[in-house]
Design a protein around this ligand. Sequence first.
Ligand code: ATP
Length: 470
Amino acid sequence: MDTLSKVVSLCKKRGFIFQSSEIYGGVKSLYDFGHLGFLLKENLKEFWKLQMLFEEFPIFFIDGALMLPYRVVKASGHIDSFVDPLVDCKKCKHRFRPDKVEKELGVLKCPVCGSDELSDTRFFNLMFRTNLGPIDPLIELLNSSSEKIGQDTESIFRRIAEQSVYLRPETAQNIFVQFPNISRAYPTKLPFGVAQIGRAFRNEITTERFLFRVAEFDQMELEFFIDPDQESALFKVWQEKRMTWWRKILNNPEHLRLRFYDKSELAHYASACVDVEYKFPWGFDEVEGIACRTDYDLLAHQEASGKEFFVLNTTTDMRQVKVRPWVIEPSCGLTRAVLAVLLDAYSELEGRSADGEEKVRVVLRLKPFLSPIKVAVFPLVKHEDLISLAKEVFHSFRRHRIISFYDESGSIGKRYSKQDEIGTPFCVTIDFQSLEDKTVTVRDRDTAEQQRIRVEDLISFITPCIEMPI
Ligand code: ATP
């Protein structure tokens, strides 16, 4: 089995991530996060949030609505330009994105059957459209008089589009649209940032590779507003800052690289772009895009809304001038980061079972600050006194807000392997010696080595090992 398949099945077996609606056959592009997946994702979020909150520059957060009205996505260019090319294989009917296939295979042919009998390229908008309020424009249209139905199809589609709302295809647009309010509420000098963590939606043509390309995903985006003169210097600053963040969440930082875009690859809003890429099992692929968006978005919304988008800047001769900022946008895919972190952490180490047999140990070598459970507490055997001390230790972790797990079921070896598989960095076992000298064994996930620690020293031993490295 390849590593991706192993990670997918581990995620299901141990409760990190499940296919959505699995009992009804499942939906390929949707996933539900279980308890452990949720906690892992929350830790990544927290780590990103801390980077932003404690930056040298002022950064404010917003938490915007998921639905955007037509006027926003029309002004932002998403109605006209947020499209992907689509090709059908005439032989096996597989539908795919020709640009991705050509990049991967070097030639344009069906990635399933290899045929080069393909349809012409069509373009397809990636946004999900829905209606807000009791009136569904589609039903309205069907119920309206035959004269109206007789309109040309283009104007029918336009009317439906204009009366619809759209699930946001990126978190960024809420920030741009709220710029006049934000800059008034928190008046500050350039540069400053507005950050957001939240769900984005794309009706992708091909959904693939587990969490890599899905229809619903989380993004952590920063819109960093700058003086236009600062673009090139701050573009570099953010490349370095974001690479530092990524290096801290992975065991193998050498699996990261930056890929600069050719002019021909740039999105409709960008003047320059670089991707942070991670070495997935299928090769290097994007986990974050860092784009220079100039003042494209603020200008577009200014023109469409008639509102002014500016900050007041003081010139060297102390005059106040209105400046429409430019934007640098580090846009990190949180869902893809979860996948990268899981793949990076998955390892199979030589080990021995409880009865001494050699076997492969699956260990999820997550950085301890990302691990969903920080410490597991076990009584060695089911003995009343051991259980009582183990519960006391478990509750003291809880009192210190250290996420811990108590387990007294099955052999100690099995309990260790379960925790190794979910990436718990420490297992604390209470044995008969503990009753005599108030020491316990602390087992390290990665080395399987154990050391005896006094119960009263446990919190101060574990706390520094699980802290976020900001
Ligand atoms: P791709 O080229 O892979 O489609 P993109 O360049 O369109 O990605 P951006 O618009 O730059 O992606 O979005 C920023 C980040 O959001 C990406 O780097 C990625 O991590 C994440 N992302 C984008 N689309 C998806 C998706 N369908 N599923 C999961 N994550 C996604």
